[in-house]
Design a protein around this ligand. Sequence first.
Ligand code: GLU
Length: 414
Amino acid sequence: MEQTERIEPVNRILDALLRLSAPVTTGRIADYIPELAKADPDAFGIAVVSVLGHAYEAGDSRKEFTLQSISKPFVYALAISDLGLDAVHERVGFEPSGEPFNAFSLDDQGRPANPMVNAGALLTSSLISGQSSSERFARIHASLSGFAGRVLDVDQKVFESERESGDRNRALAYLMKASGSLTREVLDVTEVYFRQCSLLVTTYDIAVMSATLANDGINPMTGVQIVDSAVARHTLAVMGSCGMYDYAGQWAVRVGMPAKSGVSGGISAVKPGQFGIGVFSPRLDDAGNSSRGVAVLTLLSEGYGLNLLQHPPRPASPIHLLKWDADVLSAGIRGDLDFVDLELIVHEVAEELATKKKSDAEVRFDLTHVTSIGEAANMMLEQLVTRLKESGFRVSIEDPSMLVKVGVGQGGLA
Ligand code: GLU
């Protein structure tokens, strides 16, 4: 253990990032829920959990706080698991609202803009399957605990404080009830919503929950599939466009990771396929995001090239061998094949056949060292084989791992 810590570079980087962001002391603790105002303004923690299940932490990463709006994407994931994306979308939109999180903004049908604003989150929470509000909360509690990999507790004081001060959320729910978009009893719906917001987590828990979304819905610490891969992707898409209150556009440019923040000062951010991040610091900026949280995630993203729209480097050529043996052209292919890899293979093989002017040759593709084939690459490979055959070439494919999906595109490999 000690040995691993000594060679562990990530914790040191996180420590350094916290040190660099700690001077940011702007912003105010949320006090519209009185119990939240009691938070320590200087608390600051960060945690990163990779899809391989390794955790890195710095600062107050084990200090508890309430989940608040960070519950929204995870409850949305449960709702789309229960009902399907389209059924949920009929009731809650996908579009950034451009308005504050607690705005009274609904479309003509009373439909909220997205599940990350309060109106949308209340409605989403009401869609969870269950006969009673306690059954619905029990399902939310089980699912969010599954995301975290441990049974989460409710902070009863925060729950009561929010219930007492929750007129605005009740008003939003009444508005949706009156317009017909909310079909359950208002007080049942707000009760469940206030409870989901009052679940206690640490920064580390948020990193695990985020890593579960990064890992196709499988919690990397417990190995349990919490939601399926498509649900994780849909949830990340909505976090990407609507997760950071009115700062969502700037966030895309400066940080570029799907994320969700909450009024208690937490932020969940996700680097799909790699890791989840949790950050906590209670002072909020004008948009309602943790000031230090935004600062530290901006540093992290800019410093380590984490923006999703960052241009990925091209890996080595997918062709590791291209050689003639009499009339046989062998093409040895390797790696994870995407559109551009196949484009390269198509052009290299075509050029080789044209230069050698062999019209009746055999082309042998050896895919032994291929590790995956994307949908577009598969279609291109199918097309390549079909066209080669139509031009009179004999074609064979060595595919020991059976990665090629036959007949997905037009043509077929048979
Ligand atoms: N429970 C809070 C509310 O409804 C959540 C808001 C937030 O974290 O953005 O006001």
